[in-house]
Design a protein around this ligand. Structure first.
Ligand SMILES: [Zn+2]
Length: 308
């Protein structure tokens, strides 16, 4: 029988198989409740360097709004004004908002184009194309009051090593704030984006809570996003016009890689997307009372925790 060591709680067991995608198989650990990929193989910095083309283009011309998880962090006032490092900061939308609220912000990301936009568009001085590991080498004495890593943990091939590195950059009593996709979510628009090697672990609140507490943190807040009519609209749009959307995205992406970076393209692209969204939301209005009654779980888990 197959025996595997769970990459999160490190216990060896005969795990239950969840599903498989090519060379990767997903297993459920009966001890810590995480679902993990075998092999745990991260596609590396190069892969992230090539991705996020569409997001970067959008952020350059029409900054995307901050996400639900960003808002969860920014509305809690426990950490206002402190020194903050955002791991996987992307184009810096969140850091920009945090800075406006008085945080002293720094950020790192694998994607050099995102870093360029963070500097140019948002005027963020302290953002670098680095991993947590190389950050520690470059700034050996630098510590923070808050470290945030939204939608990052599920990409890590060694979650324990990652959180240990995060801890080593925190001041005593420091905070972490993070988000991961909720594997207990209702419906799904992530599709292949949730498959390995993109996401290597899948979490629910129990697995995440176990993991964070085992590393010496006290959980201050753990919230699952509510499933809303916007989410339903996204799922339906994705399912019904997936092909059309793919073509549109491909078209925009190829123009971006050909350096035809005109705001005009993105305004049109954004406009078509917005119109489709409104049409879909209108058609789905009758479902609002149903969602209010069945209260399905949303796509994301947010967690704020403090070093004991
Ligand atoms: Zn485990």
């Amino acid at each position: 029988m197959l025996q595997l060591q769970c990459p999160v709680c490190l216990k060896s067991t005969e795990p239950g198989m969840v599903e498989s995608h090519g060379e990767y198989t997903l297993y459920n650990c009966p001890f810590c409740n995480v679902v993990y990929t075998h092999p745990m193989k991260n596609p590396g910095a190069e892969w992230y360097e090539k991705g996020y083309v569409e997001d970067n283009a959008m952020n350059e011309f029409l900054p995307l709004p901050i996400n639900w998880w960003h808002r969860q962090f920014l509305i809690s006032n426990e950490t206002y004004g402190k020194e903050l490092l955002d791991i996987g900061c992307g184009a810096g939308r969140f850091l920009h908002e945090a800075k406006n609220l008085g945080y002293k912000v720094s950020g790192i990301d694998f994607n050099s184009e995102s870093i360029r936009i963070a500097k140019n568009r948002f005027g963020l001085a302290d953002v670098e194309r680095l991993s947590v590991e190389s950050y520690a080498t470059r700034h050996p004495d630098k510590k923070f009051d808050v470290i945030t890593f939204f939608e990052v943990l599920e990409h890590m091939d060694d979650p324990n090593k990652f959180i240990t590195q995060v801890k080593s950059r925190l001041r005593p009593g420091g905070f972490i704030a993070l988000s991961v996709p909720n594997r207990r979510r209702f419906l799904d628009s992530l599709g292949e984006g949730d498959y390995p090697p993109h996401h290597l672990t899948r979490w629910n609140t129990k697995a995440l809570g176990n993991f964070i507490e085992r590393h010496g943190f006290e959980i201050k807040k753990m919230t699952v996003k509510e499933f809303t009519i916007d989410d339903l609209s996204l799922v339906m749009t994705h399912k019904l016009i997936a092909r059309a959307k793919k073509k549109l995205t491909k078209d925009v992406t190829s123009r971006i890689s050909n350096n035809e970076k005109t705001p005009f393209i993105y305004r049109n692209y954004q406009m078509i997307k917005t119109l489709k969204d409104y049409a879909m939301k209108g058609a789905l209005l009758p479902f609002i009372p149903v969602l209010k009654i069945i209260k399905p779980q949303g796509w994301t888990i947010y967690c704020l925790a403090r070093l004991r």
